[in-house]
Design a protein around this ligand. Sequence first.
Ligand code: PMV
Length: 329
Amino acid sequence: MKPTTLPVKARAHTNIALVKYWGKKDEDLIIPQNSSLSLTLDQFYTDTAVQFRDELAADQITFNGRTLTGDAQRKISRFLNVVRDLAGITEFASVETTNHVPTAAGLASSASGFAALAGAASRAAGLQLAPRDLSRLARRGSGSATRSIFGGFAAWQMGHNDEDSYGYPIAENVNWDIAVVAVVLTTAAKKISSRQGMRAAVKTSPYYPAWVQTATQDFETVRKAINDKDFETLGHVSEENAMRMHALNLSADPSFTYFNADTLRAMAIITDLRAAGYPCYFTIDAGPNIKVLCQKLAVEKVVSSLQSAFGEDAVLVVHPGPGLTFITD
Ligand code: PMV
């Protein structure tokens, strides 16, 4: 392959998992223990420009204008090595990444980050990968990035090896009533990375085999609910799936949790609103912040209730978003 002479720029959006990925079968290739399913979101995205250049003596990576060093730099360089191997090139790259996840959003950016990087780096290396192969490549950076290649509802088939562990769209155009209210309870970096957390859960939670079993059922139920536009089943099963994922962490040895006191308060607010007839369900990733799946008629009430508890700026309303795109300036 021949690298492009101009930088290639790609944009990918973050996603929220409804059926979570929590545990790997292969740590190196990032092959998960269960298939997962998510909704790509419209307002949180990453733009990344990549160019492989002869004159560089090392990869040069900037993130929101700052040059990366140490572990963060090595992680991206390792990913670029996968791209270089695939394309049969040796040039180092300049990588410029801008995150459009509101800095205070406290939402994971590794999904949008590695999906955008997979798109930009592969094209800049001269490769023309089909979406499935882009998702396999994104997977090598971060599991959740596998799904961010696609818009709307997307899945990651666990598979067993590099070839058959990939993402695919379930419904790219979400033409039904669904919104996500994101609540930012803290912007502090988490103490336990998702890699460490899932490793501990797989190794030490006695409930891990039950997780794999129920997550597999949840995947089928949520997929059918999407097909049937059945919001209640989708919300109910997503919330339950999130709680079971977090139960793995509570039942690990040593026990740990991503929840803080505000997470529990926010959960109680949503449970009460639901009991009062508002269609809303929460889900939580590897951090204390919560996201609420809502239908239109609940959005206003969910937003005002969460704002009175956590402040106006803590609450954002987002909607289903698109998959990977290439940007020409
Ligand atoms: O892809 P990672 O390493 O950021 O792990 C993602 C883990 C969860 O967000 C908790 C679940 C998921 O499927 O996205």
